[in-house]
Every structure is written in C-alpha cells, then in structure tokens.
Ligand binder design. Sequence first.
Ligand SMILES: [Zn+2]
Length: 418
Amino acid sequence: MRLRPLKKHKGWSEIITQCPICGKSGWCAINDEKDIVRCMRVPSDEYIESGIGRQYLHYLNPDHLSQIEIEIVHAESVDKRDDEHLNMVYRTLIEEMKLSSEHLYHLRNIRHLSDHEIAQRQYRTMPTTERYKVAQRVLSRFSESTSLLGVPGFFTQAGNHGSYWSMAGMAGLMIPFHSIKNEIIGWQIRVDEPPLVLDMEGAIKGEVMRELEPTPFGMRRARCKLFVQDKEMEVILTEKQEKVCYSKSNQFVFKVVLKQGTRYWWWSSGSKDNGSSIGAPVPYHLALPTACLPYWNIGESPEGIIDCSEVWVTEGPFKADKAAEALQKPVFGLPGIGTYSLILEPLKHLGCKHIVIAFDADLIVKPQVQKTLELCAEFFAKNTDMSMSLALWDLSLGKGIDDLLNEGYLPQLSVMLE
Ligand SMILES: [Zn+2]
C-alpha cells in the first residue's frame, strides 16, 4: 500500500493504491495508527464533512494491514492555484494538445458523440511520450516562469541540465471540468489501460506486484503477493479468472480475482515535486448544451443563456456532457455520487428550484448507493428549499443516463423532496 502524508491533516495519509474499504485508488485516507480509514465512497454512519466531500469513517481490525507492505511517498508539492489561474493554464494547454485518432474513434463510435460535440467539448489526449515538450510549449506562452506551479497535473523532473516541467498521469482521454463560470478547473483522464487490482473476499489479503506480458489471447496478467492464513505466497494471476478456495468441510475460505481497476482518474500531481493535488475542493463539472457554449463567457454564470430553474445531476463528466446535449438542460457531473455537497453553492448561485438526480440505474441493487441517495436528499432538504426528483428507468434500457438517452428514451421522475 502506498501512502502520501497529507500536509493539512497531521496524522493522516492519502491511500494512493487500493483503499481497503472501497477497493478504489486515491482520495481515501488512513491514520498513522492504521486502524481508521476515511473512505470517500463507502458510506458509514459516522462521517465528517471536508473540502473534498464527505468522508466516512471505517474502523479496521488492528492487525488488518500488518502484513501489507507500506510505502510512504514524500514529495514537495505545492497548494493548488485559484480557478482563474487554472483556467488560464488549462485553456492554453487545450491549444497545445491534440486528440488522438483512437480517442476520436472512441468518442464517435462508442460514446456516439457528433463531430461538432467532440470539437466543442475540447477533449484531449494525454500522450505516452514527450510530455515535457507540451509542458514547455504551454510555459513558453506565459511571461511568468512560475505559471505552472500549483496547477494540478504539472510537476518538475530532475534532468542533466537542471529540472524541467512535465505532465503527470496515465495515458488516456482527457475530459475537462467546467465551473459555473465556464472556467476549466481540472481534468479527469479516462485511462487507456486501467491498472490491475485484486478483488478479494474472505480470509485473504494481497496486492498486485507488477504486470506481466499478456496471455496469447490478450488477457492481462500480473505477479501478485497473497497472504492466506499467515502464509505468504507469490502467484501469477490472469485477469477475470476467479480463484475460489473451500475448506475440507466445504466451507468458503476465500475468493480472489484480478481485474481492471479504476478507469477514471483525476489529472493530479500532488505526489510529485512542485506538483499539486487536485483536492480541497475537488472540481465538479457543469455541462451545457453545445448550442449555448459560444455564448457562455468565461467568468460568467449561465443563467442568462439557459433556464437554470431545473438542473440535472449525474456522476461523471461524460454522462453530464451527453445528458446536457440530449435534454437541452444544464447538467452537473459529480466526480463521485457522494460528492453532492460540492454543488450546493453552485446550484444556489444558478437559482435552481428543482434538482433531478440521474445516477446509474443499478442503484436499485446497490445498498451503498441507496444510502448515499438518502443522505443526499437529507443534505439538500437541510440546506436549501429546492425540490428534488430521482430519474428512474429500467436497467435493461441502459445503465447510465447517457446510455438511456442514446437509445432515445427518457427517464421517469419520482419525487424525493417536495
Ligand atoms: Zn475508500
């Protein structure tokens, strides 16, 4: 497990690798004693509100992590700059980056976006190589040599002739996040090759050590370290091939499967020199129909160009972009369903009267999502007088609101708050 000590929360570290509670990477934190996790994704009855959203407390068995190697990552990171500065740098970055033909294909044929939408939404490709050249071109367009300092994603690397600026993150499709004032305040990367992680159940612990060459059939493989009944072993696991172990008396002991981890990552550089973390607060994304975009000036909120009395809320920036276009309404894309507190002030600012929540249709079968939804309704009931509805549809018509709208259907609305 890799940990990065949090400067602003003494005694706590961000879990860079898989969180022991939600199994996802990044965002969640653990205390120095390693017995409490503040998970951002799995609700519990005890929580604290913070700049990056609601953090749920989970108590660990004291020796739960004793066998996992802990690696501490230290770096001289700097605080994130204000939205105005981030917007200036990120808009320059857009001009200096391209969209690869693979990503264009994905947007056209998998996401079913029109070429007009693709151009208007300004998606870009994070290349695998020569990133320092892009960073150099961006920097050269500013008079201040410190312009990239405090901009998440950028960091300095030591070279033979002194340090130079480069860009962090895995290669993938970059999706910009817009504030209600049309400032680009961050990016998520839909990574081309999500890192492999272990999905474990029962009396087993373990971690992925390194990825190996794929099988002749193209399945990804990794060397993994597993701990079963205090015995350590190294095994090679192949993606999606489940290993289940039963005892002699036919009792379930453990299950482990290697699978692709998180697909969407913040573009952040908080664990690198002169880099900056995306957090505190993390960005949200407001999507408008593309027809509105030419009239949406930077620094202005959009009430004058689109009716904001009803605002839709979904999870993820792509879904928000798709839904805004199909519904011709303003749509917020939350970075995670538990981060609804991020949009409280933006919704008030827009003069929203009615919020429509459109999370994935499988929420009905996920108790965690149900719980989050209840807390969300409670939160808006306490802090606003807005009404709230839940968008519902049959899961067979599509998982996300984007899938549903692609198929030409509209969801039904069920009242949550009058
Ligand atoms: Zn977690």
